[in-house]
Design a protein. Structure first.
Length: 163
């Protein structure tokens, strides 16, 4: 029985460390995106991008705890049964997948707002926005995203780079 407790405690601690690592990676990704925007963007467009990023960060942070909570049947204490570990692993995997999807959507939204994927820049962009768009298109091309003959730019790899 003691061996089971030690094993469960070890696995719980390892899961806790992995969750902490994932949380730090998400925080680092968000901070990297902020630094990228700060270094490459000026004007009102930046404010909109920052606000969108903050909204997505809040949505992500508010969604993680609720998806990780487990309710026990009324009057019962949660058990440390081995099947709970696999449930936690599944929860962790699902949270990581959701976080990646949210981060990719945020990156895609920001890039589309800058019309990086379109052949012509949007009329809403000022000179700094057009310059940022040009740099992002060049970076997408360096990453291997194809540019179509009509001028449209694929941004799949650029989105992955942002996340």
């Amino acid at each position: 029985m003691r061996a089971v407790r030690v094993k469960l405690k070890t696995e719980c601690e390892a899961s806790s460390r992995r969750l902490d690592d994932i949380a730090h990676q998400l925080e680092d990704a968000i901070e990297d995106w902020r630094r990228f925007i700060t270094a490459n963007c000026v004007g009102e467009e930046c404010l909109r991008i920052f606000e969108a990023l903050q909204q997505r960060e809040q949505k992500l942070l508010s969604g993680v705890p609720s998806s990780m909570e487990r309710e026990s049947p009324a009057g019962q204490e949660p058990t440390d049964a081995p099947h709970s570990m696999s449930g936690l692993r599944n929860d962790l995997e699902n949270v990581v997948k959701k976080a990646r999807v949210i981060a990719e959507r945020g990156a895609k939204s920001a890039l589309e707002a800058l019309t990086v994927h379109e052949a012509k820049s949007g009329g809403h962009l000022d000179a700094a926005g057009r310059e940022l768009r040009a740099r992002l298109r060049a970076h997408a091309k360096q990453l291997g995203d194809a540019r179509k003959p009509n001028g449209e730019q694929a941004i799949r790899r650029l989105i992955r780079e942002c996340v």
